[in-house]
Ligand binder design. Structure first.
Ligand code: COA
Length: 256
């Protein structure tokens, strides 16, 4: 349970909303744990046919809480964040993401494991792992070069370049870019409701087939990224970057 994860189940759709507006929906360990438990329960609950994952109509999430990264860095495969991403990765039922405003770090990575993604045109997506002295996570180093080609993926993962909702849709990271936050949330719910009218096992079987090719390789990459990410979090480069964020200054990597 987390006060910052709002759950609403209606008409066969479970909506999980990240709700920590004062910190731009930065994800804490308790929030990951609540999300992981909710996903696992939803997968077993006959009443739930689809899941919507959203933030507010102005902010998806600013990613992992950077205070947590600095003071209580997650330790690999036993961490709450890994449990959440694992639950998303293993989810049998369809999940629809609604992305408005900022989607930083894991906020963008997790979209690669959703089935449908709707974004507001002016959403700002970003995976600034290198900028934080870190490395890509949860399969993005495999999925993004395949989806976008090596050159574009390098801009996003090696430079941490941000991109808009409109670009995310054009590149195939999202299904559609919508005019604003309200339209984005409404579209995601409308599409999730469509699943409730379909044969549930047929949807589950079809998702499994679509995700099966290359799954073992993806699992191996996720583990390798996870181990490296855990090491990098404790590196002097990451500590400088995280401390700089807290001190509201640019990091100085000149001494490394
Ligand atoms: N972890 C912890 N706190 C965060 C946070 C994060 N990931 N992102 C934002 N916050 C906090 C800020 O410190 C600030 O707190 P304060 O009001 O107590 O000072 C508050 O949320 C508002 O953030 P602010 O930066 O003022 O909002 P903004 O609208 O100008 O910018 C972002 C929004 C998301 C672009 C910006 O906050 C940001 O870049 N955050 C860091 C994202 C990040 O690097 N995530 C990790 C990726 S691995």
């Amino acid at each position: 349970m987390s006060e910052h994860i709002h759950q609403l189940s209606a008409h066969g759709v479970l909506t999980l909303r990240m709700q920590r507006p004062d910190k731009k929906n930065a994800l804490t360990r308790a929030m990951y744990q609540a999300l992981a438990e909710a996903l696992k329960q939803a997968d077993e609950d006959r009443e739930v046919r689809a899941i919507v994952l959203s933030g507010s109509d102005v902010c998806f999430t600013s990613g992992n809480d950077l205070n947590d990264f600095l003071l209580a860095p997650p330790s690999g495969l036993n961490s709450e964040v890994f449990a959440f991403m694992q639950a998303l990765f293993e989810l049998r039922k369809p999940v629809v993401a609604a992305v408005c405003g900022a989607a930083v770090g894991i906020g963008t990575t997790l979209l690669l494991h959703c089935d449908l993604v709707y974004v507001s045109r002016d959403a700002q997506l970003k995976m600034p792992f290198v900028n934080l002295g870190l490395c890509p996570e949860y399969g993005s180093s495999l999925i993004l070069p395949r989806l976008l080609g090596h050159a574009k993926a390098s801009e996003l993962l090696l430079l941490g370049q941000s991109f808009s909702g409109e670009q995310a849709a054009a590149w195939g990271i999202a299904n559609e870019a919508l005019a604003d936050g309200a339209a984005t949330l409404a579209k995601a719910h409308e599409m999730a409701l469509r699943f409730t009218r379909l044969a549930p096992s047929a949807v589950i079987d079809s998702k499994r087939l679509m995700r099966a090719p290359g799954r073992e390789e993806l699992r191996r990459v996720i583990e390798e990224e996870g181990a490296l990410f855990g090491q990098r979090l404790r590196s002097p480069e990451a500590i400088e970057a995280l401390t700089a964020f807290m001190q509201r200054r640019e990091p100085d990597f000149s001494r490394f």
